[in-house]
Design a protein around this ligand. Structure first.
Ligand code: ATP
Length: 316
């Protein structure tokens, strides 16, 4: 269990984290999401005692991280996979940690195997590691003490698609065995697939917090047609709120217009059928729900709201 209560962190006059509270529970993967600079890393650093908060407190397994006598046995942390000496080999990094934590030597080989680093790779210096290899080593370091809690900042960074899937299965397995897993990521799809709970942060504030299924419920339905005018009219007449992608709604557009409708697929299909409008697609919006929710909730904190418009302005 991780409990963050009213944590605030300021740098000079700038408030990086503002009264943030949330709980990450055992047996669940909690995804920590937010745009660049939202305050994710700062919050995680407060949780593991690297950054002192101005206000508030963070507890891991009922106490402050820094009060744990042997934290690596209880909490596995991966904040910055590159924060190791470039001249050390992967095996050396793990062996030092294994000794410090008082673990048996075989544990090093076990975690190397668990993260898919070969013996030959383990004898290379970190300066020669790829980003993905550094990430795997960082995870091996976090898993070394077989901890009950995992705190991972962008763990999928630099991993290839097979590595991302492997990471997802590993985190799922850990949570299914009762561990508390808190991970931050920009990879919304990965979070959507693996997380049970979500905490969304923007400009240092928690803007959404809860079970993923509840937060994404009511994402609505995606419906596509080559006859956007009649469909929009039918949806409006039926009292259904709909949002359209205006760029594809232009008459004669070669691509079908897409609407997201705040109703389930059966209702939307029935309205289209009654109006005699042929559809090219009809599906629950769950798949894109997290991205939509993320962009909506963090809209005023996004740097990249209208990149196309900005570009047009630049060349005008
Ligand atoms: N030591 C520091 N001194 C001053 N400002 C800081 C410091 N650490 C973080 N900040 C600022 O606090 C804000 C939050 O940073 P943080 O790294 O927590 O964001 P983040 O959500 O992890 O971002 P990203 O997704 O880009 O990693 C940023 O505006 C950052 O510039």
């Amino acid at each position: 269990m991780i409990a963050v209560a009213h944590v605030t962190k300021t740098y000079g006059s700038f408030t990086a984290v503002d009264d943030v509270s949330f709980t990450a529970r055992p047996g669940r993967v909690t995804g920590f999401l937010g745009p660049n600079g939202a305050g994710k890393s700062t919050t995680l650093r407060v949780v593991v005692g690297l950054t002192p908060p101005d206000h508030g407190i963070a507890h891991v397994l009922g106490r402050r991280f820094r009060d744990m006598p042997n934290p690596g046995r209880e909490v596995g942390v991966l904040l910055d996979a590159s924060a190791q000496h470039a001249g050390r080999t992967g095996r050396e990094v793990l062996s030092i940690a294994q000794t410090t934590m008082g673990l048996p030597r075989r544990r090093v080989a076990e975690v190397l195997g668990a993260v898919g680093l070969s013996e030959a790779e383990a004898t290379r210096r970190l300066g020669d590691y790829s980003l993905g290899m550094r990430q795997r080593l960082g995870l091996a370091h976090a898993l070394l003490g077989d901890p009950e809690v995992l705190i991972l900042d962008e763990p999928a960074n630099g991993l290839d698609p097979a590595g991302i899937r492997w990471m997802r299965d590993l985190l799922r397995g850990y949570a299914d065995r009762g561990a508390t897993v808190l991970l931050s990521s920009h990879l919304l799809h990965e979070i959507e697939v693996v997380a049970d709970d979500l905490v969304v942060i923007g400009h240092g504030h928690v803007v959404a917090d809860g079970a993923k299924d509840n937060l994404l419920a009511g994402a609505g339905t995606y419906v596509a047609t080559r006859h956007p005018g009649p469909l929009a009219q039918a949806l409006t007449s039926a009292g259904l709120v709909h949002h359209s992608d205006h760029s594809s709604e232009v008459a004669g557009s070669p691509t079908p217009a897409v609407f997201r409708v705040d109703a389930d697929a059966e209702r939307v299909g029935h309205v289209a059928w009654t109006a005699g409008v042929a559809l090219t697609e009809l599906r629950a919006a769950d798949g894109a729900g997290l991205e939509e929710m993320f962009l909506t909730l963090t809209a005023d904190t996004q740097r990249d709201r209208h990149p196309a418009a900005a570009l047009q302005g630049a060349v005008a």
